[in-house]
Design a protein around this ligand. Sequence first.
Ligand code: ZN
Length: 70
Amino acid sequence: MAEPKCPECGVVGMDHIVSEESVQSSGVGDPFFNVAYCDECGHIYGVYAKTVNRPSTRMPPVPKHYFTRI
Ligand SMILES: [Zn+2]
């Protein structure tokens, strides 16, 4: 199994990839996204929607203005 390597500082290993809930207030107080980043230099690997604690197939209600500001 290949270990991930940080393109910024070159540190190798899953241990150096940490994820954190981004506190983007959705109005309900739940963190909406997780951010995976390098704990050495802070390089951001990616941002992904937090769905792990919602195992149901139903989509959570998302206010439209949260994504588009018209
Ligand atoms: Zn790094």
